[in-house]
Design a protein around this ligand. Structure first.
Ligand code: ADE
Length: 250
């Protein structure tokens, strides 16, 4: 049995997971609710961090100070950047970078000043476990959502990818912005607003971390429309499946 923290940015990503934790008790700290309970034989503390890097970093710091987790998982959605990464696919981050961080020319672009790192690596065991869990979840998708939803999002053969996730304090909702990110960081698979911040805090505390992100949109001009519909119809099913299976494998 391990003590595992599960973080999500928004309610739809966490609500099903909380439903699976019948014995949870609430602890309030730093304006957030931390749900402590059990899932798949592990002690779990689940928390909604809110959107953005500061929200993610503050939550990760409080988690460490109050709950001493042995592993930290982030589950949520992201915008797709790489050409082969489609809505409904799942990205397990192997590295995390803050795409809007630059103290150049004092430090190389994207490097966290003082840390000497721009790409924080995920924990290898968590990457393996989340990848296996995500592969399982995508096979369940046709049973979890209606045929109409599958068709609306074109979710016929979702796949699981491993690679770089970039984070920044911007919701990317234009082709111009996503092209700029692709040009600067050609190996980035997906963009979100928290993972790299949480990765940095977990590295400071020496805690194994990994994020798993389902693609809700392609970070293009339609991203805001796709994001809202995806959150409503699909996201909750994936997150809970992936986390439950991952905890089973840990
Ligand atoms: N999370 C989900 N979609 C996103 C996008 N397009 N930009 C940033 N974060 C996201």
């Amino acid at each position: 049995m391990a003590r595992i923290a599960v973080i999500s940015a928004v309610d739809e990503e966490l609500s099903e997971i909380l439903r699976l934790m019948p014995d949870e008790r609430k602890v309030q700290a730093a304006g957030r609710t931390f749900w402590q309970g059990h899932l798949q034989g592990h002690e779990v503390v689940a928390v909604l961090c809110g959107i953005g890097k500061v929200a993610g970093a503050a939550t990760a710091a409080v988690l460490h100070e109050r709950f001493n987790p042995q592993y930290v998982l982030f589950t949520g959605v992201a915008g797709g950047l790489a050409p082969g990464v489609q809505v409904g696919d799942v990205v397990v981050g192997t590295h995390y970078l803050q795409h809007d961080l630059s103290a150049a020319p004092l430090f190389p672009r994207w490097e966290v000043p003082g840390a000497g790192i721009s790409r924080y690596p995920a924990d290898a065991v968590l990457v393996q476990v989340l990848t296996e869990a995500a592969r399982d979840a995508v096979t369940w998708l046709p049973k979890l959502v209606s045929e109409q939803t599958l068709r609306a999002f074109g979710l016929h053969r979702p796949t699981v990818h491993q690679g770089l996730i970039v984070s920044g304090d911007r919701f990317i909702t234009s082709v111009a912005e996503s092209e700029a990110l692709r040009r600067d960081l050609p190996d980035a698979l997906a963009v979100d607003m928290e993972s790299a911040a949480v990765a940095q805090v977990c590295a400071d505390y020496g805690t194994p971390f990994a994020a798993v992100r389902t693609l809700s949109d392609r970070a293009d001009d339609e991203a805001h429309v796709d994001f809202q519909a995806f959150m409503r119809d699909v996201a909750r099913h994936y997150s809970a499946r992936i986390v439950r299976k991952a905890l089973n494998l840990l």
